[in-house]
Design a protein around this ligand. Structure first.
Ligand code: ZN
Length: 369
């Protein structure tokens, strides 16, 4: 079984085309990772993911630790077997989940949060997070970090950044081959802290570097400015992962700044709200105008949904609140994201990325017929 490896195959200015290998197979970058928080990508079987061309998914250490619990995962010999997904898995460390829950206590030793399941106290720190991710057997492990809110003060953000550095060193001591470990840059919306955090995190030899704490509610120009500051300082030869970006528009901007990896619940979440993503824009299939529309969602899409069903049928399922409507849209949206990334990579290979970006934004931003 091959270990972790990353190579940049081609660059166009700051835009990169790369290839990443993990013990569960390889893929080209830039790549989109569907999110499977509770050991499943909502409404998709691993067979659906396989057919869509997914090569790596993201799951979540904190959620799986609470449920089903590590004893159940151990009984299956790891997360790959538990969820019957034999390709690559990246797991988030719990840092972001802690940030989105109510923190009861935080200090150098770790964090206590209220369990979203039963309200009990849950303690997590780098040791616990690395132990969880070892048990899961993730191909890519994320260091345990402290994400700061964009509304946090400079002092609060700095404190979280220093703690993130300490915890990154601790995480590194605990994870070794064949698992890869990515460090996470924090620093909130402050340019000098982002720079400092990048220096701190890149002083540790990680297999890859992630940009955390962005796309969490701050204005878009700040997201891009902070990413720009960070990617200029990251080592060229290691993969860069922007955590939690999934809209095609944002992915294009971040690829322009030299980012290689993306994840988001965006395509699966909007599918559950009746929205299909297409190259001609978003379609809200709940709208009455689709009642008699016998075309597929997208004529050019090769997914099972588009090859088999009409817009009218999906509209009907959604209006009757049948789960199948959401399933068919999820299948289409994941296929769309993976196809979009494939076209994006091809445009880098053919040295036409800027043209691709411009024409995509023009047609995607329009109103689909
Ligand atoms: Zn489709």
């Amino acid at each position: 079984m091959a270990g972790f490896d990353f190579k940049v195959l081609k660059t166009l200015g700051r835009v990169r085309l790369g290839v990443l290998e993990t013990p569960h197979g390889g893929f080209e970058t830039p790549i989109f990772m569907p999110v499977g928080t509770n050991a499943n990508v909502k409404l998709m079987t691993p067979r659906d993911l396989e057919e869509a061309g997914a090569r790596i998914i993201l799951s979540n250490a904190f959620h799986l630790y609470l449920k089903p619990g590590l004893d159940v995962i151990k009984k299956h010999g790891g997360l790959h077997n538990f969820m019957a997904w034999n390709r690559s898995i990246l797991t988030d460390s719990g840092g972001f989940q802690v940030f989105s829950l109510k923190i009861k206590k935080i200090d150098e030793n770790g964090v206590v949060v209220k369990s979203p399941i039963d309200g009990s106290d849950v303690f997590i720190n780098p040791e616990v997070s690395m132990e969880i991710q070892k048990t899961l057997g993730s191909d890519i492990v994320m260091a345990f970090d402290q994400c700061s809110d964009p509304s946090a003060t400079y002092e609060e953000t700095k404190e979280a950044m220093e703690r993130t550095f300490k915890w990154a060193k601790k995480s590194r001591e605990l994870i070794s081959k064949p698992q890869a470990l990515f460090g996470i840059v924090q620093g909130g919306i402050f340019e000098d802290l982002r720079r400092k955090s990048t220096e701190q995190i890149t002083s540790i030899d990680f297999e890859g570097y992630a940009i955390g704490g962005l796309s969490v509610g701050e204005p878009r120009d700040i997201t891009l400015k902070m990413t720009d500051v960070v990617t200029r300082l990251l080592p060229e030869e290691k993969p860069r992962y922007f955590m939690g970006a999934g809209s095609p528009e944002l992915i294009l901007e971040l690829v322009s700044l030299g980012v290689d990896m993306f994840d988001s619940v965006f395509p699966t979440r909007v599918a559950r709200h009746g929205v299909a993503l297409t190259y001609n824009g978003k379609l809200n299939l709940r709208a009455a105008k689709y009642r008699y529309d016998t075309r597929p969602i997208d004529e050019s899409c090769k997914c099972y949904t588009c090859k088999t069903f009409t817009r009218s049928y999906i509209h009907h399922l959604l209006s009757k609140k049948e789960v199948l409507g959401q399933i068919l849209l999820t299948i289409h949206n994941i296929n769309f994201m993976i196809d979009f990334m494939k076209k994006l990579r091809r445009s880098i290979m053919e040295e036409k990325f800027e043209k691709f970006k411009e024409s995509f934004l023009k047609s995607y931003g329009g109103i689909a017929s």
